[in-house]
Design a protein around this ligand. Structure first.
Ligand code: NAD
Length: 345
């Protein structure tokens, strides 16, 4: 196992391995870059198959947060934490208290929040040991509805750019993962008249969107080959890969999942196929934008800033066309420019 030579290591400032014998906490916190401010990014709890898988995830996710926060215009750096454990663990108090102590030791260089497998109530527990957490109940709260709003507007931007239309009415949209964000996304899409095809591994979540929004349910392995206009990955990362790309019928890939492209070359492949890809960290920034208002919460200001995701994506799509580059490459360049400028100031 290696960190400095790891394929996903990207000049991360700090990678901390945390262990607490009593609670059984095994976590990794990665601070990628603090040029723009303290690193902020959620904590994911997952049954990783190996420590290396967890390291890869935290290195990639924390880098994504630096880029996401920069392009969203936030004065925050990028970081992320992963807890290696079953996300369905019921005995969570000791675990999240220990996690809170681990964050506290970083002295405010990293602020945590919820992510996959972690809820706001877990972060409330960590908050008993550290002030360096965000997305708390009674403050900015659950970021998911804001992530969903940004993702919905991002899908509209992609449709506008590719087809010149403002409405999603009658479009077929497949959604992989109808959890916290996926549910609210389906609500927006349904209210605008889109036809939904959904999948998940959790039956109760599927039943809810089928009942409330008339969504058609398909098996997880069948989601990629659906005859749809837009594919929205809203579960885990790396679902755009060598196996799934040949199956895709959608001409737009736009969803909230982090790290959707398994590798950079998969973005190039989508471009060659004429598939418009909305870079994940741009379209899914709504939640972190909402979290950035934590200290002096204002829902209207937060919503107005989330709505800017639409314009940022239109700018990226146009530049990518003009320069014959991938949208992911253009987004990275724009973000790097902001991060490098902050280092010099
Ligand atoms: P979540 O855990 O609430 O939802 C994920 C859903 O995906 C769950 O319902 C789960 O059962 C389902 N799922 C897991 N594996 C699957 C598979 N193989 N096939 C189909 N469905 C599967 O998480 P969330 O908060 O909704 O986040 C979803 C994605 O968006 C994650 O990648 C997360 O990192 C990203 N994201 C979330 C936020 C946020 O505000 N919550 C912000 C930015 C990015």
């Amino acid at each position: 196992m290696t960190v400095f030579n790891h394929v996903s290591f990207d000049d991360h400032e700090n990678v901390v391995f945390c262990h607490d014998k009593q609670s059984g906490l095994k976590a990794i916190i990665a601070v990628h870059n603090t040029n723009l401010g303290p690193a902020v990014g959620g904590c994911r709890m997952w049954n990783y198959n190996s420590d290396d898988e967890a390291i890869n995830d935290v290195l990639r996710l924390s880098r994504g947060m630096t880029y996401k926060n920069a392009l969203a215009g936030l004065t925050m750096g990028g970081g992320k934490a992963v807890i290696i454990a079953d996300p369905k663990t019921t005995d969570r108090e000791a675990l999240f208290l220990a996690f809170g102590r681990a964050i506290n030791k970083l002295g405010g260089t990293y602020y945590s929040a919820e992510d996959v497998g972690v809820s706001t109530s877990d972060i409330m527990i960590a908050n008993r040991e550290t002030p360096y957490v965000a997305g708390l109940e009674g403050k900015s709260g659950d970021p998911s509805p804001y992530t969903a709003l940004g993702t919905y507007l991002g899908i509209k931007a992609a449709v506008k750019h590719q087809r010149g239309v403002d409405s999603l009415k009658g479009l077929k949209i497949s959604v992989q993962g109808v959890g916290h964000v996926g549910y609210y996304l389906c609500k927006h899409l349904h209210e605008e008249g889109a036809e939904l095809i959904v999948t998940d591994i959790h039956q109760a979540s599927l039943d809810k969107v089928a009942t409330e929004f008339g969504a058609k349910i398909v098996a997880p392995e069948d989601i990629y080959a659906q005859e749809v206009d837009v594919y929205a990955p809203c579960a885990l990362g790396a679902t755009i890969n060598d196996t799934t790309i040949p199956l895709l019928k959608a001409s737009i890939v736009a969803g909230c999942a982090n790290n959707q492209l398994a590798e950079v070359r998969h973005g190039e492949k989508l471009k060659q196929m004429g598939v418009l890809y909305a870079p994940d960290y741009v379209i899914n920034a709504g939640g972190i934008i909402n979290v950035s208002f934590e200290s002096d919460y204002d829902a209207a200001k937060s919503t107005a800033k989330v709505e800017k995701i639409y314009d940022t994506l239109l700018q990226i799509f146009s530049k990518a066309d003009e320069e014959n580059r991938t949208t992911a490459d253009v987004a990275d360049e724009m973000a790097k420019h902001i991060i490098d400028a902050a280092a010099k100031s």
